[in-house]
Design a protein around this ligand. Structure first.
Ligand code: MN
Length: 185
């Protein structure tokens, strides 16, 4: 219903509010889980159509619009996965510690639906987490023939920053960092 308001404005430029609350009613969840499996990575997951679309981000998210972080599409996860942290046992898929590095809600920043955005390979969302805030894009990278490669990029807005957000390394749930989680099993 606010499509005309949105269409007339570039929220990366204007200080006017981006309408988030309208969408928050739909309570789209996002979660970022730090996961020390064979390789350390951050699983970036956003709710689309009742599942968590998921990407593994080896270098983790950044608040700096200059950083383009490789995000490798992985399998859909259930919404309940957004509550999971702990240690996946040895011998199981993805064995290793997981912490909930960030979690919150998000709004679609595009005029078309999230599932359409996913199909187009061009998602723009406004995140409201404890660590990640503001506009982000997740765009399918047209690099070679690898369909699974996307890029996670912070878009320019008042939340953009050159500070390394990964220095905030503790779980927002338990307060443990990934090493403490590993030791806690
Ligand atoms: Mn993972």
């Amino acid at each position: 219903m606010l499509s005309e308001y949105r269409k007339k404005r570039d929220f990366s430029i204007t200080p006017e509010p981006m309408p988030v609350r309208e969408k928050i009613g739909k309570t789209n969840i996002f979660v970022v889980q730090q996961h020390d499996a064979r390789r350390m990575h951050y699983d970036f997951r956003i709710e689309i159509d009742g599942v968590l679309k998921s990407w593994a981000v080896p270098k983790g998210p950044s608040m700096n619009p200059k950083d383009k972080r490789l995000a490798v599409l992985t399998e859909d996860h259930p919404i309940e996965y957004s509550d999971f942290e702990g240690v996946i046992p040895e011998g199981e898929y993805g064995a290793g510690p997981v912490i909930i590095w960030d979690k919150g809600i998000f709004a679609n920043a595009k005029e078309y639906s999230l599932s359409e955005a996913f199909e187009k390979g061009h998602i723009e969302i406004f995140l409201k987490g404890e660590k990640l805030k503001g506009l982000f894009s997740i765009i399918k990278a047209k690099l070679g023939h690898e369909e699974k490669n996307w890029l996670l990029v912070k878009m320019k807005d008042e939340f953009a920053s050159e500070q390394d957000i990964l220095e905030k390394n503790k779980s927002i749930i338990s307060g443990k960092d990934i090493e403490e989680m590993k030791a806690s099993k």
